[in-house]
Ligand binder design. Structure first.
Ligand code: NDP
Ligand code: 8X3
Length: 248
């Protein structure tokens, strides 16, 4: 099951796991994209795709969508908590409080709502693998990134905590912390301003969604006794949350 499969890292994970023969539950708010991806992936391989259209911020909708899954689909082997976003880039004194709410509700509470629903099913089967997509912004901070960075620090903390809680059930928890990946992320952050979004990836070769997806797939394929707990991956031009070597 992949949250936020309509774009970027989540979509690339869907393509990667589909190519690896996994049946998939794909979620997001943009139904037409989910259906197009389902058609593309089912045509390409002998797999089944179940799509669920909901907003991860909507606690009732998360519950209803997942409870409504047919029993066979509730045997989730891998959960990729990927849905997330940044909204705005401004100092704490100037930030838009609505943007803060959206980031906290999506990146933190949404991840919790989905996990709260799926984890008991994994626990019942005494196996499973949870991937939380954090960020280099969860390991360090950068100017005006304040609340986004705080949500990703929280994802980092939750991943550590989930790992401990799930240890008795043999469930793996892998936190993946990518640096800059060229997706719709910056377009969303800058509210559709394509020029601002493109500028983020100028002067260096950023990661692509596929780069992250390949790593997630590799981690998911490790033997049952091996777990990569925490993984930071950046473009070769990025050293940490803040420091880039850009040729511009
Ligand atoms: P995209 O904007 O390309 O994709 C974001 C995905 O999240 C979309 O599928 C979107 O689906 C989904 N999503 C967002 N809000 C909601 C919501 N409220 N309910 C349900 N789904 C939602 O960005 P990325 O692929 O880059 O981002 C994926 C994850 O990776 C995020 O958690 C992001 O923070 C993280 N990340 C991104 C990096 C980057 O540089 N791009 C680097 C490090 C981490 P829809 O709009 O259809 O609902
Ligand atoms: C997304 C990458 O650098 O915009 O997490 O925070 S960054």
């Amino acid at each position: 099951m992949i949250t936020g499969a309509t774009s970027g890292i989540g979509k690339a994970c869907a393509q990667q796991f589909a190519a690896g023969g996994y049946d998939l539950i794909l979620t997001g708010r943009r139904e037409e994209r989910l259906l197009a991806l389902k058609q593309e992936l089912e045509q390409a391989g002998d797999i089944q795709i179940h799509t669920l259209c909901f907003d991860v911020r909507d606690r009732e909708a998360v519950h209803a969508a997942l409870e409504g899954l047919p029993a066979a689909w509730k045997k989730i082997a891998v959960l990729i908590n990927n849905a997330g976003l940044a909204a705005g880039l401004a100092s704490v004194s100037e930030g838009d409080i609505d943007d803060w709410e959206v980031m906290i509700d999506t990146n933190l509470k949404g991840l919790l709502y989905v996990s709260r629903q799926v984890l008991p099913w994994m626990q019942a089967g005494k196996k499973g693998h949870v991937f939380n997509i954090g960020s280099t912004a969860g390991k360090g901070v950068y100017p005006n990134g304040n609340v986004y960075c705080a949500t990703k620090h929280a994802v980092d903390a939750l991943s550590k905590a989930m790992r401990i809680d799930l240890l008795p059930y043999g469930i793996k928890v892998t936190a993946i912390h990518p640096g800059a990946v060229e997706t719709e992320f910056s377009l969303v952050r800058f509210k559709g301003d394509a020029q601002k979004a493109e500028a983020v990836y100028k002067g260096f070769v950023p990661l692509e969604g596929k780069d992250v997806a390949e790593i997630v797939f590799f981690c998911a394929g490790l033997p049952p006794h091996v777990c990569i707990n925490d993984l930071v991956v950046t473009s070769t031009a990025q050293a940490d949350a803040h420091y880039f070597h850009k040729l511009i």
